[in-house]
Design a binder for this molecule. Sequence first.
Ligand SMILES: Cc1ncc(COP(=O)(O)O)c(C=O)c1O
Length: 430
Amino acid sequence: MASAVTQEALGRAGGAAAVSIGGAEPFDVERIRQDFPILNQRVHGKPLVYLDNAATSQKPISVINAERDFYLHDCANIHRGVHELSERATRKYEDVRAKVQHLLNAREVHEIVFVRGTTEALNLVASGFGRKLLRPGDEVVITAMEHHSNIVPWQILRDEKGIVLRVAPINDAGELIWEEFERLLGPRTKLVSVAHVSNVLGTINPLKRIVAAAHARNIPVLVDGAQAAPHLRIDVQDLDCDFYTLSSHKLFGPTGVGVLYGKTSWLEALPPYQGGGDMIRAVSFEKTIYNVIPYKFEAGTPNIGATIGFGAAIDYVSALGLENIGGYEHDLLSYATRRLSQVNGLRIIGTAREKAAVISFVIAGIHPHDLGTVLDQEGVAIRTGHHCAEPLMNRFGVPATARASFAFYNTREEVDRLVGAVERAKELLG
Ligand SMILES: Cc1ncc(COP(=O)(O)O)c(C=O)c1O
């Protein structure tokens, strides 16, 4: 995964050292942390250790300022005004579309649809397929590691349209069982919909291989990229996926905005998702002519300020470099895995060979919720529960897990704090 962290940096114990990435600019975590004022606070009297980045990540000051500047100087509705403020707002909003195109290496800017988030993007595709392209008995293939957002929309279609949902199993490490997955691709399969990275296991799925196998059978692929976009460089042309989805708020941007990437031909083929302003070219009581893509899918006033903030987040991660981020996080993940593995009675759930910086774990005799509560008292914020992946919990025979998820502003020192807090919880609860 991504570029190599130097041996010197790997060997350095603890702390927020400036890590040199593959001989390029040093990855100066101390300096980066200054861009995230929220990290510099105490919780229950202890310095905050924020390890709930998979739920939502923190925002750099440039993102906060970009959204604030919009409301201070440019606030107007987009696409419909002839006045200066509306033109400025429209320009800034559309600039972000071009930034997303560049981030994902999409061929065309009109392949980028703004939505509220990954959930809405997945529902948009499910709804379009369900209303126009799927017949009773048609099959959709997902995997056992999906988030509820990539399960429930298909179950709604199963109930309403009689489609069949097939689930590719995973092994004990949390990796897709390739032969089983391939076996599910049949003549009735109309779509494969998979997570790029699991929010619970951290598993990075072999997306290029999945797309190639599906395309060999003329099956399109929809990707849930919510957990991949903050950690990996995404190239939709190289992946050749038909749809890709992500959320701004997991990518250091504001909540309330996300992206659906779709190949031109697919976006042209799908019907509109919602009806309303902006998605039309002409309306009479007899008939409506829809707008061109991507506007056909963007009914109503969007979250303009958040989208502009999202643009600043893209600028921020692009300046750091997603390869650099991946390399740094890879080091952090290895360190955290090593340290947590040394805790007696702790079992890591999700040990795939290809992983992003997410670690789920359980401790014998301690409920994850109690663990999370003690960790909170120690200033360490992790997530506990089923992580919107209940079928995955059942697969591993646990009701819930504790999950530490990392971002590029986390440090080895914070991993040490996590491990110390887990040891303390064991003393108190074990
Ligand atoms: C893998 C995955 N898919 C989808 C989602 C839903 O994202 P959102 O709530 O931003 O729509 C999440 C959120 O945690 C996720 O982790």
